[in-house]
Design a protein around this ligand. Sequence first.
Ligand SMILES: Cc1ncc(COP(=O)(O)O)c(C=O)c1O
Length: 367
Amino acid sequence: MVGLSLDDDRWPRHGGQAAALLARFGLPHDQPLIDFSANLNPLGPPAWVPERLAELAAGLAHYPDPGYPRAREAIARHEGVAVEQVLLTNGGAEAIFLTAALHPGGRAAVLQPSFGEYTRACAAHGLAVSSLAMTAPDFRLDPEAVEARLGDCDLLFLCRPNNPTGTLSPWMAVETLLGMARRQNCRVVIDEAFIDFVDAPGERLSPLLAGFDNLILLRSLTKLYTLPGLRLGYVLAGEETMRRLQDHQPPWSVNHLAAELVEDLLADEDFLVRTQAWLREERPRFQSRLASLGLEVMPSQANFCLVRQNTGPAAADALLGRLLHAGILARHTHDFSGLDGSWLRLALRGRADNDRLFAALAAEISP
Ligand SMILES: Cc1ncc(COP(=O)(O)O)c(C=O)c1O
């Protein structure tokens, strides 16, 4: 961090927030941009979505069933868990805030650098938050190091694959972490918002729910299906935790259109296959082209990666500004605890857009 607090509004807190950056760099608010700052699937939303939403509009005049039985049954089938273990949420963001509500006034730890909403959600519910640094340079999870520093935490947050580093904590290390946390009465919240972008079948942690009642899994459907304006997510947890989470969720938190889409989204296997084919081809090309431009690239298993020039935060800010002038929106990293702002985060897009990014970087990187 370069003297910025999490609440500093000089830098936008999320990707996809062009207006604040354009203003900061003195550029017109309607500057055309290709957005590499929000980690969304460029193939989505699935082509059938607008028509389906139009059909669903007829139901807008009715309250949804606040238990969302059809959506939750579809998720339970998809994840191989009981329907009682599923809570539908208004995006992954609501899921994060609901888990923090489990321990008002308690203690939490966040494995950093990671998504800023864990800290904000804990602060909103009066939890004292400590940062546990992942092991640099590749930001690995080291369960023994966590155990030594966990103290008497009620909640531990881990993102997998991690935003912003793209690293996927190995299954074995996660199991060790869960066992250790259980001995200390600590719930572990693992945010798998980007798990569908990982090119390794069987990496979803849902099977661990059967053995660890202290595991809470968070998912977002917003990223994979490119629906940030609609918003969908869910929580998977043991039944007792689930009952407590439900108590904190406002009724009808998920709107009718989003809830009714869940079953069809999860049934669209073709969309998933096409997404995985795109990633298999584009992710290695993306990372190697960036490296060939002389950038340090953090190896990523997600649909985004961190890059830096190793010339410090001020140079990264200058590059961010030059890229904006060239019509490219990248994500700054000033608000990620443990990164000093010298990295930029770039999301993978379609091949033509990615080629424009490489060309802009080649022109703007100072030798
Ligand atoms: C790690 C992580 N979890 C959750 C979210 C929130 O997801 P949603 O848009 O579904 O609320 C984000 C959004 O950027 C994220 O990066």
